[in-house]
Design a protein around this ligand. Structure first.
Ligand SMILES: Nc1ncnc2c1ncn2[C@@H]1O[C@H](COP(=O)(O)OP(=O)(O)OP(=O)(O)O)[C@@H](O)[C@H]1O
Length: 956
């Protein structure tokens, strides 16, 4: 960073610290109910204090902060609180890593987060770690200028919060949404515990799917082919096994099987009686013939490197007619087998997998996967089981399978799976569909069939229906994420909700279990609304009986009796209830998109389960990630840039603008040094410029143009803000408005006069009001340096003043800019040697012709129709009309509208801006004439309205 920039960073840091002190000592962000004002309650997902914050956090929390500041300026009474999530494995695993002396982590703590070496060993204590990083996060978010009401901060191990969660779980249980059951879950084989998204590296929710095992008998035992497409079993041509993996014989369900050793070890978590008996000689396997249980035909066993020993059983059935992978490898290996088609797709003669692989020979795994998806989708949606399947089926099965002919893929899949299970020729198993998913301890997770455990039953149809209803009435930003939520609501099933490890609240009816982190964080936003009053009144957890929570959150019971029984004063109870009712429902929930399939969906489910419809949340905002080294910046992936360090390096406002303006809301972004430096430079310019405004009182085209541009920017920025399209907001506020000011200064300089001080001041003031939510410190500093005593938080968000939108000045300047571009292009051609330009503008009646043509085009008339209707008298006017129509057709809509509104006096505009044109082009003189003067000057050129003829004169 050069000296000027680094000096300016020091200025920014001083400014930030000054205003942060003002905000905190003035309690500016402490929010209290005020029935006279509309309220806006927003929250961002509370952080795990298992590390200091990184730049990814700046995006999620920063977006919420921008929104909070914007809504305050729109006149809302805004509550924006933040608590800390101490629950569960993320903290305990990180503390364990320190205790084990994990060098990489210790190094990150020291060299990236600047944690003093003497503190590091103390972080091995989970509670010390949580509290230490809680303070770090608070400090970083304060340094970033977050407008949080810190009085409402809490942790999820506060006894009062635990009481709240206990109540929530009892309610869910009463409503039938907590069940004891046996169900597949993601599982860490080392911790011996279920794993949800917050327990995994990179926050991946394990996705569990169902495979069908189909038993192909051989002389040495059953080869259980694992498939997602049992409907294709009649088309099997061989069995694939992996030549470089170990295979074992296994006893399971009273039968003898052969499968990959790794698969067997994994399957043992689902099948209790699975026992590995012996190793199987690989070469023997290849000699086996496997009997298809439906056709009774024998197929060979063939080796294939692509078989994954950890997916299913490591035994795969090959169906080349319907699986591009199978067809591709059969071709590649030169095997003489004919694909057997069992699904017909209307209009397709050749089996789809064969056709696609032959037509688009895939270059690698990725392309094969794409083709596979295409085949699966097409066959699933349009395919019907072929009549040939009856001939393929063994005679004894034909009658029972007769319904298969003409069935859809979905129907056939179910029919065949239950047929195979009924006949003892198959079973279901579960598989981790998005494997590998790693536990935070580093081990790969597996699927376990968890017995007699506590689950939140997100598969309950009644619960799903309520959640669908809630989602349907919710605003989502960006709207495109709705389908992800819909998918998640449909897909969610029973979810293990307790662990035996980590901090948190015990399960009320079985205290050996701790409610896990994604289950105790679903409706905690309600807790913020009254926690401060509760604390101020000195209420103890023991007083917070279920009856108290019923009153506070559901309005049930008589407050007098509740007060008597709990010994909580009646006025305190009423106040807490009123606070809850004032702030709830939640107006906006913010998070990165990693939380869509889990936390944010659970948030929907649990609100729908607990609260009446009028208290359901109104909006979710989901932002993209800040990436680092191509992946989501994540504590658990350890690919991080420290937020506090970035603030020290570039200043808080620079970091906010760079992180938030890096991409539109739903898209991922990167933080780069060059982007941050570019933003820094813009802020420096704005800061210095705002301190140097002086000038005249003249108001002419440039002033009207500048004000007009400002109004349009107010309109655009406001629309973008409503959608939190912060990239667009940033581009306008950081780059575009500066360009307007500089252009304006050039215009007045060329006119040999000073700028209009009042207008410039007005421009800057409106500008920084809009900049304030994104860059609060510098905006507030400039505001006060302009002599204002107020805080920008209390200023109104600017409203576009349509009366100041000046079409004539807009059109004039646009016309001049395009003329400058044309002159420059011609100068390029002549090698820049020109010294003077003569501009010949079309007569004004031609301008009228252009306007008439635009009007007709607007009414949908075409070229031929216009030529016919406007009947030009002679060839010359026909020629002119043709060119004007062409010109009008090529104009952008906005320009057409301006031309329609104003018949520009081109001659006078050029005369007014001739010095400006000269300044921008480097010419010595610019002269303007009516087109009729071309004859006099002997110029053989044409001019059209808004497209004057340009003659450049060169010397020498
Ligand atoms: N790289 C990122 N970009 C944008 N938002 C992020 C990023 N990382 C985390 N967040 C958001 O910050 C909030 C808190 O996240 P959390 O504390 O789980 O951080 P994390 O880095 O994802 O941690 P971990 O890897 O330990 O899960 C969540 O809303 C999450 O979506």
């Amino acid at each position: 960073m050069n000296e000027v920039s680094s000096n300016f960073v020091s200025v920014l840091r001083e400014i930030a610290s000054k205003w942060q002190t003002v905000w905190s000592s003035g309690k500016v962000y402490d929010a209290e109910p005020d029935p006279k004002r509309p309220k806006f309650f927003l929250t961002a997902a509370f952080p795990y204090p298992n590390s200091p914050p990184h730049l990814g956090h700046a995006r999620t929390y920063g977006t919420a902060d921008v929104y909070a500041r914007y809504m305050r300026m729109k006149g809302y009474n805004v509550l924006f609180p933040l608590g800390f999530h101490f629950t569960g494995t993320p903290i305990i695993t990180m503390a364990d890593d320190i205790a084990r002396g994990d060098r990489e982590l210790i190094d990150i703590f020291k060299s990236i987060y600047d944690i003093p070496p003497d503190k590091i060993s103390m972080l091995a204590d989970p509670l010390f770690m949580a509290n230490y990083f809680k303070d770090e996060i608070k400090a970083a978010l304060t340094e970033m200028g977050m407008s949080l009401d810190w009085r409402r901060e809490f942790t999820t191990i506060d006894p009062e919060f635990s009481s709240f969660i206990t109540w929530q779980f009892k309610k869910l249980s009463e409503r039938g949404f907590v069940v004891k059951d046996t169900h597949p879950v993601g599982w860490c084989p080392v911790h011996n515990l279920p794993v949800g998204m917050h327990d995994t590296k990179g926050d991946v929710e394990p996705e569990i799917g169902e495979f069908t095992l189909i038993y192909f008998e051989t002389d040495s035992g059953i080869l259980p082919a694992a498939t997602l497409r049992p409907e294709t079993v009649l088309g099997v041509v061989c069995i694939w096994i992996n030549p470089s993996e170990k295979y074992v014989s296994v006893e399971m369900d009273g039968k003898k099987f052969i499968m990959a050793e790794k698969a067997a070890q994994k399957l043992a978590f689902q099948v209790d009686d699975l026992r590995i008996v012996d190793k199987v000689d690989h070469s023997k396997l290849l000699e086996l013939k496997a009997k298809n249980p439906l056709t009774n035909m024998f197929v060979p066993v063939i080796q294939a490197e692509f078989v994954d020993p950890l997916m299913g059983t490591g035994v795969v059935m090959s169906v080349p007619a319907h699986a591009p992978f199978d067809y591709f490898y059969i071709k590649k290996k030169g095997l003489k087998v004919t694909p057997i088609k069992v699904i017909d797709v209307p209009g397709e003669q050749v089996p789809l997998a064969v056709k696609l692989v032959d037509q688009h020979p895939p270059k690698g795994k990725e392309e094969l996967e794409k083709l596979t998806e295409e085949v699966y989708k097409t066959e699933f949606h349009r395919g019907k089981m072929s009549p040939d399947v009856l001939q393929l089926a063994a005679p004894q099965h034909r009658e029972e399978l007769s319904k298969l002919v003409g069935a859809s893929v979905k129907e056939a899949r179910e029919m065949l799976t239950s047929f195979l299970i009924r006949k003892g020729q198959g079973r279901r198993i579960y598989e981790m569909m998005n494997r590998p998913v790693y536990c935070r301890c580093g081990n790969e997770t597996v699927v376990k069939l968890l017995k007699d455990q506590w689950f939140l039953d997100y598969g309950n149809e009644k619960w799903k229906e309520l959640s669908r209803e809630l989602l349907a009435q919710m605003r989502l930003l960006p709207e495109e994420v709705r389908k992800d939520f819909q998918y998640s609501i449909e897909w969610l099933e029973k979810r293990a909700c307790a662990r035996t490890r980590g901090l948190g609240t015990p399960l009320p009816w079985d205290k050996r279990w701790i409610i896990e982190s994604l289950s105790d964080s679903t409706i905690y936003m309600a807790y913020y609304t009254f926690v401060k009053t509760m604390r101020d009144a000195g209420i103890r957890a023991t007083q917070l009986t279920p009856e108290v929570w019923d009153y506070l959150l559901l309005g049930e019971g008589d407050v007098k009796q509740v007060s008597q029984r709990s010994a909580i004063p009646e006025d305190v109870l009423s106040k807490m209830r009123n606070e809850f009712l004032y702030w709830y429902p939640l107006d906006s929930r913010h998070s990165g998109k990693d939380l869509i399939p889990n936390h944010l969906s659970f948030f929907i489910f649990n609100h729908a389960a607990i609260f009446p419809r009028e208290l359901w949340p109104k909006q979710i905002v989901v932002n993209g990630f800040v990436l680092y080294e191509g992946k989501k910046m994540s504590k658990s992936l350890r690919n991080i840039l420290s937020l506090r360090r970035a603030i020290r390096t570039y200043g808080a406002d620079t970091v906010r603008l760079t992180v938030l303006g890096g991409a539109e809301i739903g898209t991922d972004s990167n933080f780069t040094d060059s982007d941050a430096k570019s933003v820094l430079e813009q802020l420096r310019w704005l800061y210095e410029f705002s301190r140097s405004i002086t000038g005249s009182e003249t108001v002419d085209v440039p002033e009207r143009w500048l004000m007009s541009k400002l109004q349009l920017a107010v309109g655009d920025v406001t629309t973008a803000m409503e959608q939190l399209r912060l990239r667009e907001v940033m581009n306008t506020l950081v780059y575009k408005l500066r360009y307007y000011v500089e252009d304006y200064l050039d215009m007045v300089k060329a006119a040999n006069r000073g700028p209009n001080e009042k207008i410039l001041r007005q421009f800057i003031e409106t500008w920084i009001k809009m900049l304030f939510p994104l860059a609060p410190h510098i905006s507030q500093e400039i505001w006060s340096s302009l002599g204002h005593r107020t805080l920008l938080d209390t200023e109104k968000w600017p409203v576009m003043e349509s009366s100041l939108v000046d079409v004539e000045s807009e059109l004039s300047v646009e016309y001049i800019h395009s003329l400058i571009d044309d002159i420059k292009s011609i100068m390029n051609v002549v090698g820049g040697r020109a010294e003077e330009a003569s501009i010949y503008v079309a007569e004004r009646d031609k301008g009228e012709l252009l306007r008439k043509v635009i009007l007709e085009l607007k009414q949908g008339k075409g070229f031929g129709e216009l030529m016919k209707e406007m009947r030009p008298h002679d060839r010359e006017s026909a020629n002119l009309l043709r060119r004007v129509i062409e010109q009008a057709s090529q104009m952008k809509v906005e320009l057409r509208e301006k031309v329609l509104a104003i018949n520009l006096d081109e001659l006078s505009v050029i005369s007014k801006f001739s010095s400006y044109i000269a300044m921008k082009t480097g010419l010595k003189a610019v002269k303007a004439y009516e087109a009729s003067m071309m004859k006099v000057h002997g110029v053989k050129k044409d001019s059209l309205p808004m497209k004057p003829a340009i003659m450049l004169l060169t010397k020498g």
